[in-house]
Write a protein that binds this ligand. Sequence first.
Ligand code: ADP
Length: 722
Amino acid sequence: MPVARILFPLPLPEPFDYAVPDGLDVQEGSYVAAPLGKYERLGVVLELLPDSAGEGRKLKDVGGVYPTPPMTAAMREFVQWAARYTVSHPGHVLGMALRSRGGLEPSPTETVYHLTGESPPRVTEARTKLIEAAEQLGAQTASTLAEAAGVSSSVVKGLAEAGVLRARSMQTDLPFDVPSPNLPGATLTDEQSEAAEALKQAVSARGFSTFLIDGVTGSGKTEVYFEAIAESLRTDPEAQILVLLPEIALTQAILSRFEVRFGAKPAPWHSGLSDKQRRRTWREVAHGRARIVIGARSALFLPFHKLKLIIIDEEHDGSYKQEDGVTYHARDMAVMRAKLEGAIVVLASATPALETVVNAETGRYHRLQLSARPGASRLPDVDLVDLRRAPPERNHWLSPHLIHAMQETLAVGEQTLLFLNRRGYAPLVLCKSCGERLKTPGTENWLTEHRYTGRLVCHVTGYSIPKPKVCPHCRAADSLMGVGPGVERVAEEVRTLLPDARIEIFSSDTAQGGEATRGIVERMEQGEIDVLIGTQIVAKGHNFPNLTLVGVVDADSGMKGGDLRAGERTYQLLSQVAGRAGRAERPGRALVQTYAPDNPAMMALADNNRDGFLQIEREVRAELGLPPFGRLAAMILSAPSAQQVDEIALQIIQQAPNGEGVEVFGPAPAPIAVLRGRHRRRFLVKSPKNIDLSAYMAAWIARLRLPNAVRMSVDIDPYSFL
Ligand code: ADP
């Protein structure tokens, strides 16, 4: 009997061997059920070994095989590579590929009813309503029809008995419509055509290569990669295409754009899907039937049957970095996955990450440049407002300069967007009487005041309480005061300044769910809002034709702390926000309020000099040996008490292996020093580029014996510092 080496989606260090009984069609990559401990569990056959591998061993039998095409060799290799790279158990990574158990089974079925054309022997009002509903909706379940008609389900039954309706069984999860490559796209400009041609050639040539579409906001990057998708659909009838977007940018607008261009809805994958939607996408991807998948970072771990093209839009976006569980960066992982699959990968951004720019310059990535917006629209003028010279009034946040510009904009009937990346009313609540700063119990995280809901909320842990009437510390009454601005507070200021303006707030608090978001976006598009005050949720993907002024309320807020990418991130976010102005035919302008107008990121924004800014960033990082010129990893330890975690940290550092050029810094409090009652410490490890830092971290961990109360995790290429 051959031997199946099975990996389970569990935190186990290794796969286990099982015997394949006669008559069971087990292949490499098969999804199988096999006994493990007391239960039969789902696993994937990593490889099949010859009969001799089982000789003299008492192996348990594989229990059964799921009716899903085997996981491809490229995917199995990817799972194992990703585990090595991120210093995780392979089973953990496999778990990310198996996010829907329901997808392994065929679609469930349900009974639906359709009209036969017979007339009912007896006509009642209820029956007439139901027949009308069935005419409109087509084949549907009894409850759907009854609900639509506003009658009871027994009416459906009666009509079925009378032969007016006929029951049949139908799959609950329908396949996705097949996209068409041959619908017309935009008529491309010369520059766009050239970029599209390069991608189309690579797609037809097949084989791995990486491209960067480096183009200003609105230059048509999406139109260009649409051409690559069309070419892939056209030249390979089985090719599957994955489009990754930051979760926040996965809006109805972008989905509709795909639908218009390819005549079919793409298969979605993101955290907001229901179980049913999730299993449908998973199943259709695994069977190779979903041709275009559009999803957030975790879609990278879907078990595609034949993945030929990966697009990573807004490749610089911080949300591609997964911080919990297996920590990975979806962009970097995508390049590896494409390599294993022999696929093309296309990164697109107006403000590519320094890592990506360096890869483009060294020729590892092919760079395609789009320098202009098509048609008459042009990039906004960006001006810095030096708050040291012309500050807002006390306890106000808008400078006279910005207020004046808003008044002008309102007077000519155009729209303003104010950007402030802080939800709520005030980011800190302080007692005027005793000076106490309100925090989440057991942590150092400040509570944010939300006036809209009357609550104080921790944006790190989600902890929330109604705003207390008295100070919890000194019991003084009415002494609690919000300090600093959030979007709600800026809205309050705008309301007094521009009493006639129609003002709305756009943040994850006011736009919960697709419905509410669509509402705000539509009102903005149709000119029903004069001033929109938003968090970073507004930065992405929206196109408001009448928006001509963007005001950045606090450009410095992202620059605080010791994050190595703070300047880069600030530049990316603010230039993206500024790019919202003047997208259509009207010229736009952006006013950026800052106390640090000579910071390189601010100067580059004002001069529209991205490359100059990157040059400075690059020199600093090269000098310090930081990514992409060196490697970084973090090890995070946590324990219920600060004393325990400090003691362990000191032991652990003694056990760090020697590595040429490897430096270990710390222990220091982690970015979130206390989380869910656990105290956290962090080591940062830095090495030259040519060192396998994952292997170094794995060797270090192998030496450690940690008490049960202590938890440890590794973050390769960490993104949050402080
Ligand atoms: P980006 O992805 O670079 O931000 P988009 O592809 O979203 O740019 O293009 C911005 C807007 O310009 C979209 O509404 C798009 O349909 C339009 N557009 C881009 N290229 C063309 C073109 N060649 N002809 C007409 N409209 C275009």
